[in-house]
Ligand binder design. Structure first.
Ligand SMILES: [Zn+2]
Ligand SMILES: [Zn+2]
Length: 373
């Protein structure tokens, strides 16, 4: 019953997700899938094609994390899908704690790139800041069509609509399988609060990193906050979390009924805090950022709102927007608790963005009439 008899040249939108959990979240939102479209001879990618938000999209997973893998996947895709006009790099990211305008960024919020900063952090020891000179450059300005589209997305009306949509989609399409982790599990430690073994704890036998000023040992870097007894009592208070008991969050645009549905769907973790969308510069690097000092430096000096690992790889090949939801604060305390929820939230936002895209294609139905997307 394919409503869209497609050839590969009919696809204008690519979605790139490196983690399985990110790709699964997008696939869950497809209303139709296609097979038999084939690919170019030397293209090593594997594709999922389908309808998202009423338009055909092609979904691909690079072979691994990092800008190089993303660049290879994008180049191969270019051979098979020759008319891609928009690539959405979708999934999870580390977040700044607030935007340059002072808006709080919380776990589960969605970041949309207006520019991509290619960064090379060097080695990111949890307690040492090493940023290589000259290796943090903003990639070129978006091509005109992408720049126009980004302007459209940032108009207040569109931000309102997108925000409303993502908070509805996550409730209606994903929430059953992807529980909200609970805002009680959104922990922002102060930048100077270390993720290290603590000498004041009886069980600690570490000889390397028990005192302030010690380097952080490898074992501590790979341990969870619970195991190291990081004190969540020190966490920074977040205004939106404190205000979340208010009956309706104005900015979410949710109705009272939708709020109630959320509360019923989350009897354990409490109502999901409505996510917000933030536009700004996203840093893209081949290394994972787990360093609050470096995070804060890039936020202060380069106005970065988030950190991820694929966007810069796609930029040379496709007009690219990074659409990622915050699953940690890019510090040494990071863990994976928010990954599935953030993946779903990013996928919901990608769907909202696809719905806003104006295609230049007019498809013909398999038998007859023209039908614009
Ligand atoms: Zn240690
Ligand atoms: Zn910790």
């Amino acid at each position: 019953m394919a409503a869209f008899p497609l050839r590969r040249e009919h696809f204008e939108i690519a979605i790139i997700c490196v983690l399985k959990i990110e790709g699964d979240a997008v696939e869950a939102l497809l209303t139709e899938t296609f097979s038999g479209l084939g690919k170019a001879e030397h293209d090593e990618n594997f594709y999922t094609t389908g309808i998202l938000g009423g338009k055909p999209i092609v979904l691909v997973a690079p072979r691994g994390m990092g800008t190089l893998n993303a660049a290879n996947a994008a180049r191969d895709m270019r051979q098979s899908f020759t008319r891609i006009k928009l690539a959405l790099v979708t999934g999870v990211a580390g977040g700044a704690t607030s935007t340059p305008e002072g808006d709080e960024i919380l776990l589960g919020d969605v970041l949309i790139s207006t520019q991509i900063l290619q960064s090379d952090f060097g080695r990111n020891y949890a307690d040492v800041v090493k940023i290589k000179d000259g290796l943090a450059d903003t990639l070129g300005r978006p091509r005109q069509e992408l720049a126009n589209f980004l302007n459209h997305l940032q108009r207040s009306k569109c931000v309102q609509v997108l925000t409303k949509r993502i908070n509805e989609y996550i409730t209606e399409d994903c929430l059953v399988d992807v529980p909200y982790p609970g805002h009680g599990n959104d922990h922002l430690f102060p930048s100077d609060y270390p993720h290290r073994h603590r000498g004041d704890h009886l069980a600690c036998i570490c000889e390397v990193c028990t005192s302030a000023g010690d380097p952080v040992c490898d074992e501590a870097q790979d341990s969870k906050c619970d195991a190291l007894h990081c004190d969540i009592g020190t966490c920074v208070r977040r205004r939106r979390i404190q205000d979340c008991q208010e009956p309706v969050d104005i900015r979410s645009g949710l109705s009272q009924q939708q709020i109630l549905r959320r509360q019923n769907a989350n009897p354990v973790s409490g109502p999901a805090l409505p996510a917000q969308i933030h536009f700004g510069i996203i840093a893209s690097s081949s290394q994972v950022l787990k360093n609050s000092k470096l995070r804060d430096e890039l936020v202060t000096t380069r106005n970065v709102i988030g950190f991820e690992m694929e966007g810069a790889g796609c930029w040379d090949t496709f007009p690219t927007i990074v659409v990622k939801s915050v699953c940690d604060y890019a510090d040494s305390h990071k863990n994976k608790q928010w990954q599935s929820y953030a993946s779903a939230m990013a996928a919901c936002c990608a769907r909202g963005i696809v719905e806003e895209w104006q295609t230049s294609q007019t498809m013909t139905n398999s038998s007859r009439s023209g039908r614009p997307f």
